[in-house]
Design a protein around this ligand. Sequence first.
Ligand code: AMP
Ligand code: MG
Length: 320
Amino acid sequence: MSIISKDIQKAVALLKADKLVAIPTETVYGLAGNIYSEKAIKSIFATKKRPFFNPLIVHMPSVESLETIVSDVPEKAKLLADAFWPGSMTLVLKKQSSIPDIITAGKDTVAVRVPNHPVTLELLKQLPFPLAAPSANPFGSISPTKPEHVARYFKNDIEHVLDGGACINGIESTIIGFEDDEPIIYRLGALALEDIEAVIGKVSIKNKKEESPDAPGMLDRHYAPATQTFLTDTVSEDIKKHLGKRIGILLFKSDMKDDTITTQIILSQKGDMAEAASKLYDALHELDHQNLDVIIAEKFPNYGLGKSINDRLQRATFSI
Ligand code: AMP
Ligand code: MG
């Protein structure tokens, strides 16, 4: 029997019983558990093989729930919450003491978000607790944007994937923290930098690897296919380096006429970066299951969502 179903009541019952449920969001599917259940949270880390130094995002049904989770909201965070929630933005704020250390990896801050998906908003409204929900994939691998991706990863480990269809935005939320009340982007994502700056002005980005990364979504290699993957401005040149191999190509908008490649996927024929972002991980899942020797991905224009897509593609490669 398939573990994929639209049954919200089953999800409520499992979550109340300290079990995990995979939930749809507009970014990627999450592996969710009750933030106050040590059993559930430990099994999120165990199921994903996620290291405990990597904190979890808390998902809430509405902005009003914020006061039970965080202790201080800077003015610019209020502006962002009003502008973008429900939506693909995560804020990192000072936590309430009631938030368990295992959620925050011992930090005094907690990452929070109101996701914008009708099924999960309904689920959150029916639950007496918020949900911790990292992406529903084994640590480091490609994030899931369809219920089938989750089932393929975890069919023996979880009982229920709540079906909300394909994720509309398709890459992870943009994470914004505050240092001395000034906003800093810890992870580029589904909400474009330009949209954020339109609300609160110039924002700095700190998403390169450091000694102790604030958001391990920053790790050099993350979101990665098992197949060796390259990112390049010059796809035709790179193909020549791999002649004789089974080559898969991932392109933004134009196809390639080249007999030496095995397969190609075009992310948006009309050149729409939002469409490309929504299809990105599904395309990587597809290519990764075609027994290719190598995947060559084309670099995106480096603005708007193109910047976030390039960030993910770069982390999918071995070469940075
Ligand atoms: P995932 O849900 O798997 O997409 O990953 C959640 C991301 O949020 C990770 O990169 C975490 O490091 C980041 N995150 C969660 N809590 C915090 C926090 N308190 N400070 C900084 N980053 C955080
Ligand atoms: Mg993840």
